[in-house]
Unconditional design. Structure first.
Length: 186
């Protein structure tokens, strides 16, 4: 193992810690976290290449190449179907109880993310993801918050069935940041 690989794995753990300790609504933790193995990273790369061709989405194929070149990756997801219990209405329902009753009826298995999702839980996910990428940046680790990798991870079941939305944060420690100057035809 190289010094860079060791550092990437250490920082990935610190990123999970930053996400885990990030503030959450009402102190309720509905987030899910994982550092991927090299086999899981390859599975995401392969999934994105296959789905990119199938869906004719060039940015999936582009991101597949990033995952192929990644040596470490953090996943952060959320159980977005669990309402906070404040009846804010941001989900489109009058109350959290009404939202919970209707959730299973509105769930759409043909979309990348399951929904509807509690808006406050989505905010918790964003804050946690921001804390994680900040931690990578502090340690000079190149990274990119990726919707595509999160979609792949959900389909592959890496965060379990209870996860409704996820983001992947691939990491790199090379002479040039692999996540910029990326080509995408569509």
């Amino acid at each position: 193992m190289t010094a860079e690989k060791d550092a990437l794995n250490t920082v990935a753990g610190l990123m999970i810690l930053a996400a885990r300790t990030a503030p959450k609504a009402r102190g309720q933790d509905t987030l899910l976290y994982k550092v991927l193995t090299s086999r899981e990273i390859k599975a995401i790369s392969d999934w994105l290449a296959k789905e990119g061709k199938k869906r004719d989405l060039a940015f999936f194929i582009r991101d597949s190449k990033n995952f192929a070149d990644t040596e470490a990756c953090v996943l952060i997801g959320v159980k977005g179907d669990i309402p906070v219990g404040i009846n804010c209405g941001a989900c489109g329902f009058k109350s959290c109880v009404e939202y919970s009753k209707d959730y299973e009826v509105r769930k759409n298995p043909s979309t990348d993310y399951q929904g509807p999702n509690c808006a406050v839980r989505m905010t918790d996910l964003g804050i946690a993801a921001g804390s994680a990428v900040k931690t990578a940046q502090i340690h000079n680790i190149d990274n990119r918050l990726m919707f595509t990798g999160g979609v792949a991870a959900l389909d592959l079941g890496f965060l379990g069935r209870e996860c409704t939305v996820a983001y992947a944060i691939p990491l790199s420690a090379t002479g040039k940041n692999i996540f910029f100057d990326r080509e995408s035809k569509k």
